[in-house]
Design a protein around this ligand. Sequence first.
Ligand code: LLP
Length: 423
Amino acid sequence: MDHFQYRNGILHAEDVAIPVIAAAVGTPFYCYSTATMTRHYQVLADSLEGTEARICYAVKANSNQSVIRTMVELGAGADVISGGELRRALAAGASPDSIVFAGPGKTRDELMQALAADIYQFNVESEPELRLLSAVATDMGKVAPVSIRVNPDVDAGTHEKITTGRKQNKFGIPIGRAMEIFDLGATLPGLDLLGVAIHIGSQITDLAPFEEAFDRALKLVDELRLAGHDIRRCNLGGGLGIPYAGETPPSPAEYGRMVKRLTANRQLDLVLEPGRVLVGNAGILVARVIYEKHEGRRFIIIDAAMNDLIRPAMYDSWHDIVPVAEAGPGVPISEADVVGPICESGDTLAKARPLPPLAPDDLIAVRGAGAYGAVMASTYNSRALIPEVLVRGDQFAVIRPRQSIDDLLALDRPAPWLSPTLD
Ligand code: LLP
């Protein structure tokens, strides 16, 4: 359920009409709903009530500081993947002792940065990383709180590019070698080996792979404890899917029930790293029609493109597309491809969608764009980054202004051996 609904035939974000925002900021732009984020956070938090679970919002899904701040005010910690995300999470007010640092390639500088910040946990993904963290922590006179990310070799049944828990994926330590790595870690200084972490992929729409992976991780916890390791935490990752095209992912309530059933009586602190389920349906991308072109096929050419939202081009993903002015009864609907202005056929946001006639300047909304939308944008074709707007009730705020082409050009530096340009 989200808070993007038609009122008197006009799409609103909560109590704000989308055309009002478009008039203020121009198009295209991302628009997020606070009420939707809040609801999704609360449903998930409620489903885990009675457990020692910490929800660490996966900042990679949408790292605007106002979005992170919204999550922090709801009670979330943060899951970060880079020094940059750590900076963002801290700048947005996340408490260091609620931050987990994941990812297979943390650099020495990033480890130092996170140790200096006294974060809650490092999710270590390889033996070399474990050794480096030990060395860096010892040098700094710190003890690093560590969970080892294990790869449970479970197929999450999701898109190839976002599945992470099979043995051929680059993530984690094969679960069969986990005991050996924990034994090694116990001999290294500067580490507190306190947990097991997993994350098997993203946009998972079935409970079974989660259950299989959690079960394997929890059995490992039991074995490690029997072997004398003081395991206090289990990090269950993120990955819960959302409905983009009529999928029926497990509800947070079902997910929570399963987590509670599996972890009962194990005396474990849990960490969850949800991203998409919190913000995915809390965002839309609003664009304007430039032209309609009919050449055997109907193309609607809009002012947003694959550089603004890469998911369809990258994962063949589906996003619902709706006109901002609702089509009235009796309006002829026909199929159209919705495409951007970029010079690649891959710049197609949607194919063969039933849409009413659209005129130049009409607004359309691409739904389900709150997660992995703005964060994956680029300036390909020298298209500037677009604004992000956050709505709460009848208020809206620009939480990232539109980048200007001047800003973009100013990032380049002339090579000194080239003759000066004429400007
Ligand atoms: N934890 C770890 C270690 C992760 O790698 C990820 C996502 C998450 C948590 C959050 O997963 P979520 O709850 O959002 O599914 N760009 C892709 C998704 C990439 C996901 C990467 N890792 C997309 O647009 O579908």
